[in-house]
Design a protein. Structure first.
Lengths: 330, 321
């Protein structure tokens, strides 16, 4: 089987298939699709649609983690950009709203990148600053209220559709292709992996590691800002207290499920997004199952542990030995 | 401004501060938790309004969600010898020593919105809080009346798992509908009190219940989740407020907007006016020595589309929700 399928990604694809199968069991109409007001409608679409924010976050996060960094501030950046977008939506056109919201994400990314690349702070501490302060900034923008808007342009970003595909999904797909084209279509991806693998050696070999680190944090900030705009557009309002809350952890989890090591080096964009989808497929399945909500986190933890165990080389080693032992006995 | 004028001005200012409040005017210190939610902000602004209405000098100290700040504020109110202290406790324990100090200084303490650990019952005059079990009952009773005799499948959006408000609102609602065999909660999940989760959970309810056709009513533990759920229903081509009845709790401005648009049916108010009853109790206690009951329950008022939602929305939206 390993000969037929690429080794990388096998565990993730299998995990997704298994979880989809379980979802089909708990909810027989899971794969049903129909058109509703020109938009595809069904549980599968829910998975993709609700998975969009974490998928977008993981696109930025995977690059940051590949440089051996981490960005804890993405949830707070979502709150900031959502707050800005919602406050401007009814008085300005969509281009200005998007420019302001994404610009804020870019500035947040620059700040993180500056702390890590220029001042040499440890990423977890450097981004913790904005994780805490960022939510405060967002609350200042919204004055602690839920700022609602009715601008049809911004609402369309959350609830509209292109060719039946809900906008958030189309945007996430576009960002995946764009990011992939930039980092894999050039040597950039390799340089990022080199920075994460061994920053000092890469520096000596002529890689501009500082520029690389700065760039990935900026990209991470922009991805988070886009996720924040979509989250605000989805509920037609910015909830600074709750938007993106704890999503940084889901994004890190998605990257890790996607097989990228927290110690940096090799990364995969597609598998990180797949990781985000695995998380959301599980979430949607839990919601459809009708289990009491007290089980939500427990089920999630067990599934995540199983996926990570499948990826662990030591664990597959042990499993292999056990299988061999059983065979030799028989 | 000359130096002399400056001196004169500062002297007058000091005088103004030093002069005790005119006879009969009460000075009350209010240790508020902070701005943790829109409701909290509305409570602060309503408290100011109610104090102004009764010509009470209300000093509000914002504790920024920290108990130590609240204790400091209470100590400073005691030092200023205020007539009474209002306390919205951020946690339920750890108040014994500071409330004893207030008791020794003969300053009555009134708890607002939240209760403290039962061991401290003799340390405060009265507590003004809403009864969240009763809120759930009011919601359930309304739904039973609105549905009448026909069978009704209800889906429930719970608050955050482990929050006492969520557990109480569930309990009250369950008690109310238990009397009616035709009402049944078919699905219940947590929406974490937020719009985004309310929407996501409602989307899954709709899928799980055959496109929403078998759902007759939605009950949400707060209005924000209901606002999200209403969007999910609309996107699924359903008509909330008509095909699917909605009832939720809190009475925040946005649910009145939905009600005015015919997309929501009812909400139960968690009144932000906790200070009004507290001020009345203090006034009676000071004037006539009337000792209020240990617990003053605020009214859990039900609002429906018949209550001119647009007007209520206009009056509520400026309160800081």
């Amino acid at each position: 089987m390993t000969a037929l399928l690429p080794r990388r990604g096998l565990a993730q694809i299998l995990a997704l298939i298994v979880i989809l199968a379980v979802d089909r069991i708990v909810s027989p109409q899971f794969f049903d699709l129909r058109l509703q007001d020109g938009r595809l409608f069904g549980s599968l679409i829910d998975v993709l649609n609700r998975g969009t924010p974490v998928a977008l976050l993981s696109l930025g996060m995977v690059l940051v983690i590949a440089t051996r960094g981490i960005d804890l501030s993405v949830g707070a950046v979502m709150a900031i950009s959502g707050a800005i977008a919602a406050s401007l939506a009814d008085s300005h056109g969509l281009p200005i709203v998007l420019a302001a919201a994404l610009g804020a994400g870019l500035i947040c990314g620059l700040w993180n990148g500056f702390l890590v690349a220029v001042l040499g702070m440890q990423p977890i501490v450097a981004t913790l600053i904005l994780m805490v302060a960022g939510r405060g900034i967002a609350q200042l923008i919204t004055e602690g209220r839920i700022v609602t808007f009715s601008s049809p342009d911004l609402v369309w970003l959350g609830n509209g559709a292109v060719l039946g595909l809900p906008m958030p999904i189309a945007i996430a797909l576009g960002m995946l292709i764009l990011t992939g084209a930039v980092v894999r279509g050039s040597a950039l991806g390799l340089l990022i992996e080199a920075t994460g693998g061994n920053a000092r050696a890469s520096e000596l070999a002529g890689v501009g590691t500082r520029a690389m680190i700065l760039a990935v944090y900026v990209w991470c900030g922009i991805c988070a800002a886009l996720a924040g705009v979509i989250a605000a557009a989805d509920i037609m309002g910015a909830d600074a207290n709750n938007a993106g809350l704890w999503l940084e952890l889901d994004a890190i989890l998605a990257v890790v499920i996607g097989g990228t090591s927290l110690f940096g080096g090799r990364f995969s964009l597609v598998l990180a997004v797949l990781g985000a989808l695995i998380i959301q497929t599980m979430n949607t399945g839990i919601l459809l199952s009708g289990y009491p909500p007290e089980f939500n986190l427990l089920v999630k933890a067990v599934v995540v542990m199983t996926v990570l165990l499948l990826q662990s080389p030591k664990f597959s080693g042990i499993a292999g030995i056990a299988a061999r032992l059983r065979r030799s006995k028989a | 401004m000359t130096l002399k004028a400056l001196f004169a001005a500062s002297a007058t200012a000091t005088l103004l501060l030093a002069v005790p409040a005119s006879a009969g005017q009460l000075t009350i210190g209010f240790s508020q938790i902070g701005s943790e939610s829109g409701w909290r902000a509305a409570e602060t602004s309503v408290s100011k309004q109610e104090a102004a209405k009764r010509k009470v000098n209300l000093k509000i100290a914002d504790a920024q969600q920290k108990q130590e700040n609240q204790i400091k504020a209470i100590r400073s109110f005691i030092a200023q010898n205020v007539d009474a202290i209002f306390l919205a406790p951020v946690v339920s324990t750890g108040w014994d020593s500071v409330l004893k100090e207030a008791k020794e200084a003969k300053i009555p303490v009134v708890l607002l919105d939240r209760d403290i650990d039962p061991s401290g019952k003799e340390l405060y005059l009265t507590a003004v809080t809403s009864d969240s079990v009763h809120e759930g009952e009011v919601a359930g009773d309304w739904l039973a009346k609105a549905v009448g005799g026909k069978a009704c499948n209800i889906v429930e959006l719970q608050g955050t798992v482990g929050a006492s408000v969520a557990a109480n609102r569930k309990k009250g609602f369950d008690t109310a509908i238990a009397k009616h065999a035709n009402l049944k909660v078919v699905r219940s999940q947590t929406g974490d009190f937020t719009r985004a989760k309310g929407k996501e959970v409602m989307e899954s309810f709709i899928k799980a219940e055959g496109g929403g056709k078998s759902i007759c009513a939605v009950y949400a533990h707060n209005d924000d989740m209901m606002v999200g759920a209403i969007q999910a229903m609309k996107e699924a081509g359903l008509k909330p407020g008509k095909e699917i009845l909605t009832v939720s709790i809190d009475a925040v401005p946005d649910i009145f907007k939905a009600m005015a648009a015919g997309e929501a049916n009812a909400t139960v108010e968690l009144t932000p006016n906790m200070a009004g009853p507290a001020l009345d109790a203090i006034a009676a206690f000071k004037d006539k020595g009337t000792v209020p009951p240990k617990w003053i329950q605020t009214e859990s008022k039900l609002y429906t589309a018949a209550d001119d939602p647009q007007k209520i929305y206009d009056s509520k939206k400026g309160l800081g929700y």
